[in-house]
Design a binder for this molecule. Structure first.
Ligand code: KIV
Ligand code: NA
Length: 265
């Protein structure tokens, strides 16, 4: 069985099918999601917060993206793997974007890349697509701009809503195969979805988008502390890991692990 391609994603939109996307940052977790049939995985620069211990996505480097994207590709057989272009790897212009995206395609083997920004990233998306690299756009809240925009719902008010619609059109006109809508009112996400022929992938954007994406550590209950209201926790992996670590520690201290079964003679 072959990998899912951007053509399959386009076909799903034509059939009106909804689909899920999860982030993944390592081969083992990605292999689990592949077994579960998740068709698209995003090696998000959210790895900065989730796996690398940074406060934001801003410090993530292209080297880090390439290394973890390669691991996710190796861990999967079926999913389309999308690699995020990190902050500073495409803002200088289309040529820098092409150089960065080419690394993720050649070194890591991703099937597509994602970058943030609507109108402001039109040129970058356009050159990548013309060069044969499928692009997923990302508008609304764009976490790489946290220092300028903070983390708040985007597109509220008539002017901001019109800008979001223009950004969505710009991403589509540049040739992107899909676009992430992050943290925008559900009604506006519905309007954007209705105005495009490419699929929208929502996160904190309500029910009307063609696809939904969650950061997997939020989704499985691994993220420490408070998670955003728009996410949903489907498991308690943090509790499971903590209980396993405590049980192991107790048995070592008590001398009940290892047993005869675990011992060679
Ligand atoms: O990095 C990421 O996880 C993302 C998704 C939230 C869309 O960009
Ligand atoms: Na991201």
């Amino acid at each position: 069985s072959r990998r899912i391609t951007v053509h399959d994603i386009t076909a799903a939109k034509e059939r009106g099918e909804r689909w899920p996307m999860l982030t993944a940052y390592d081969a083992m977790t990605a292999s689990v999601f592949d077994e579960a049939g998740i068709p698209v995985m995003l090696v998000g620069d959210s790895m900065g917060n989730c796996h690398l211990g940074y406060e934001t996505t801003v410090p993530v480097t292209l080297d880090e993206m390439a290394m973890l994207s390669a691991a996710v590709v190796r861990g999967t057989k079926r999913a389309l793997i999308v690699g995020d272009l990190p902050f500073g790897s495409y803002q200088e212009g289309p040529v820098q974007a092409l150089r960065s995206a080419t690394r993720l395609v050649k070194e890591a083997g991703v099937g597509a890349v994602k970058l943030e920004g609507g109108e402001r990233s039109h040129e970058q998306i356009s050159l990548l697509v013309r060069s044969g690299i499928p692009v997923m756009g990302h508008i609304g809240l764009t976490p790489q701009s946290v220092n300028a925009m903070g983390y708040r719902v985007q597109g509220r008010g008539e002017e901001a809503a019109q800008q979001l619609l223009r950004d969505a059109k710009a991403v589509q006109d540049a040739g992107a195969f899909a676009v992430v809508l992050e943290l925008v009112p559900g009604e506006l996400a519905a309007e954007v979805t209705g105005s495009l022929h490419i699929p929208t992938v929502g996160i904190g954007a309500g029910q009307a988008t063609d696809a939904q994406v969650l950061v997997y550590t939020d989704m499985v209950g691994l993220t420490p502390g408070r998670v955003p209201r728009f996410t949903k926790q489907y498991a308690d992996v943090r509790g499971t890991l903590r209980d396993a670590a405590r049980a192991f520690a107790d048995e070592v201290v008590e001398g009940t692990f290892p047993q005869e079964d675990h011992t060679f003679h």
